[in-house]
Design a binder for this molecule. Structure first.
Ligand SMILES: Nc1ncnc2c1ncn2[C@@H]1O[C@H](COP(=O)(O)OP(=O)(O)OP(=O)(O)O)[C@@H](O)[C@H]1O
Ligand SMILES: [Mg+2]
Length: 228
């Protein structure tokens, strides 16, 4: 796959195999094309060349099975919507705009918030939360979607260690239940502890596979800065 915003490609000849049932980190420096890669995979941007298949199917066939949390800075939450509504929104994708919210929809959303310890904030306006709290709400929204594939762009950016633990435990639980988790990650210190697979991106794919293989002879930091 090759992706571009105008004429200049920002990532090219990307050929990645994500492993079903893995917790995979996508790493690479700022501007490497990590977010762009996700957008291409999720049909949010049209690639110049190439396509993505999920379990052999095109995105539109499995879109209800995918939960996506975009990079924090790219979301504008200035419109009036409550935390609970944000969490429930995830489930309406693909169900049409007119859908009555049932009591069980609400209860389910409250449970998802509870898992992220955010139930107290259900009625608060989403823009009146701190950055880390917002991030928890987005994870709760992803949880609420009952997806098979979770794609998250830097979910741990700007959250405290406690929140980080809560989120990572959730990812491990997803994995135990047979789900796949793909996460853009920037902290090289926790990479090996949190993830089993890795994709190294810097405009091209520099490496991919099991963390233990990719980082057998070089540290994550050395990989990032290495020229290939
Ligand atoms: N909407 C846009 N229009 C034009 N260029 C863009 C746009 N979005 C991103 N780019 C450029 O594409 C390249 C890749 O951006 P991308 O957001 O994918 O990087 P990233 O790896 O996610 O970086 P970061 O770690 O900072 O999030 C960068 O050079 C960026 O400036
Ligand atoms: Mg990014």
């Amino acid at each position: 796959m090759t992706m571009a915003y105008s004429d200049t490609p920002v990532i090219w000849d990307v050929d990645v195999d994500f492993v079903s049932g893995s917790i995979t980190a996508i790493i690479g420096p700022n501007g490497a094309g990590k977010s762009t890669l996700l957008k291409g995979m999720l049909n949010l941007m049209k690639p110049i060349t190439g396509s993505t298949y999920f379990w052999g199917k095109e995105f539109r066939e499995i879109r209800n099975k995918v939960a996506y949390v975009p990079q924090k800075e790219s979301v504008n939450w200035d419109f009036p919507i409550s935390v609970l509504d944000v969490v429930m929104m995830g489930r309406y994708a693909g169900r049409g705009i007119i859908h009555r919210v049932s009591r069980s929809d609400r209860e389910k959303a409250m449970n998802s918030l509870r898992e992220m310890k955010m139930e107290k904030f259900a009625d608060r306006h989403i823009s009146d939360l701190s950055g880390g709290q917002k991030q928890r709400v987005f994870i709760a929204r992803a949880i609420n979607q009952d997806a098979d594939l979770y794609i998250m762009d830097e979910p741990l950016a700007g959250v405290d260690k406690n929140t980080e633990q809560i989120i990572m435990e959730k990812f491990k639980e997803f994995q135990k239940n047979g789900k796949t988790v793909i996460v853009v990650h920037h902290d090289m210190n926790t990479l090996m502890e949190y993830f089993d697979h890795v994709v190294v991106v810097d405009k091209v794919i520099k490496g991919q596979g099991l963390c233990s293989e990719v980082f057998k002879d070089v540290t994550p930091m050395e990989w990032m800065t290495r020229r290939k």
